[in-house]
Unconditional design. Structure first.
Length: 106
């Protein structure tokens, strides 16, 4: 591959990465636990955007259960964000003609 083609490919990859980062920033994922009694919405950057707790769970004697459900909902949302990011990265790699499984710097 000549140098000009490599430079063009690098610029194309840089533009795709910037586009993907914008898409990820706009992405949201909702994690749930306790049969949808606790819901957490995270942005693509992992920031918690909202937290919803069914009022029936709010009981001082059951604080530990509620804490566990919040953590579980957060982890569910985080896993969904990470899966969506992985899909976007694989799609981008395929669009650029890169080999499957190649790790991109992100």
């Amino acid at each position: 591959m000549d140098m000009m083609k490599m430079m063009k490919k690098a610029k194309e990859m840089q533009a795709k990465m910037a586009e993907m980062q914008e898409q990820v920033a706009e992405m949201e994922a909702t994690g749930v636990s306790g049969g949808d009694m606790v819901k957490v919405v995270l942005t693509g950057k992992g920031q918690m955007k909202s937290l919803s707790i069914d009022p029936s769970l709010i009981n001082a004697d059951d604080a530990e259960i509620l804490e566990d459900l919040i953590i579980a909902a957060h982890n569910d949302a985080k896993a969904k964000v990470e899966a969506a990011m992985q899909d976007k990265m694989q799609s981008m790699a395929s669009d650029l003609g890169l080999p499957a499984g190649m790790k991109l710097p992100f």
